[in-house]
Design a protein around this ligand. Structure first.
Ligand SMILES: [Zn+2]
Length: 270
């Protein structure tokens, strides 16, 4: 448990305290207000967008132990948005949250460690945190671990059996999230059914999950549905009208490949 300074009286108090025991200052509420200000500047919601100002407010909230702000600040340092880019500071802030057992933070930390050059110690750390997230059921962590084993990346020896096991576990996690309506998980699941990683190849399921994601506005899923209707794949009959419809939905969202396919269709090149 970390100690923080009360923003009002300066006393050292627990970062989990809702209010300062000496002066009664509502620390949690203040931290959340700071964090929300940071978010506002981060997204430019009602104010001119500014990563610099987002970093300032995240910093204040993070110092009061706000985990969302700690993660946000870590991301800003990682990308060098509004602050000088620093992997060390990114790691410092994200690790605080990862150590509390947050699977998203653990995954993020593994990504930060993996983003540098191939330094063996960084690879080790990256895999260490990836495993922690994967063990907690984090879908992307499981998928990435499987890929690392499949190809032999980040200091791991190529191991097809372990790769298959983690693909299977990744598919389980994606299915759980997909059934709860997560569009990205629905898309990933369709991809896995399409190549047969972690699940048997199944063109009906590919179509079913792409459709669910596409109906929620997932541009890549809309693009894939365009392909399925254009060529008539996996028991779905060719339908140029539907292909064009799905390509346009993706194109309207700025999907460049979909725009290319759509104009090729109009020019009768497809
Ligand atoms: Zn106080």
């Amino acid at each position: 448990m970390a100690l923080i300074k009360c923003p009002d009286c300066g006393q050292n108090i627990s970062s989990h305290a809702a209010a300062c025991p000496s002066c009664g200052c509502p620390v949690n509420i203040i931290a959340t207000q700071y964090y929300n200000k940071g978010l506002m500047y981060y997204s430019g919601n009602g104010v001119p967008q500014s990563f610099e100002k987002a970093a300032e407010w995240y910093q204040k909230a993070a110092e009061l132990g706000h985990t969302g702000a700690e993660l946000g600040l870590g991301q800003l340092y990682w990308h060098g948005w509004g602050v000088p880019k620093s992997d060390e500071k990114a790691i410092e802030w994200v690790q605080k949250v990862a150590e509390q057992g947050d699977a998203d933070a653990q995954f993020e930390l593994s990504q930060i460690y993996a983003s540098g050059w191939d330094i063996p110690e960084r690879d080790e750390k990256s895999i260490e945190w990836l495993l922690k997230a994967a063990d907690q059921g984090h879908a992307r962590a499981r998928y990435e671990l499987a890929m690392n084993y499949a190809i032999g990346l980040r200091g791991l020896a190529e191991d097809k059996e372990k790769a298959a096991e983690w693909f299977r576990k990744a598919a389980e996690s994606y299915l759980k999230a997909a059934e709860q309506g997560d569009a990205n998980a629905q898309f990933q699941l369709a991809e896995m059914y399409s190549v047969g990683w972690g699940v048997p190849k199944d063109s009906n399921k590919v179509f079913e999950w792409y459709l669910k994601a596409a109906e929620q506005g997932h541009a890549d899923a809309q693009f894939q549905l365009g392909h399925i209707y254009l060529d008539g794949k996996g028991g779905i009959p060719k339908n140029r009208k539907k292909a064009a419809e799905w390509y346009s939905k993706a194109a309207e969202q700025g999907h460049e490949d979909a725009q290319d396919f759509l104009s090729a269709m109009y020019n009768n090149e497809l």
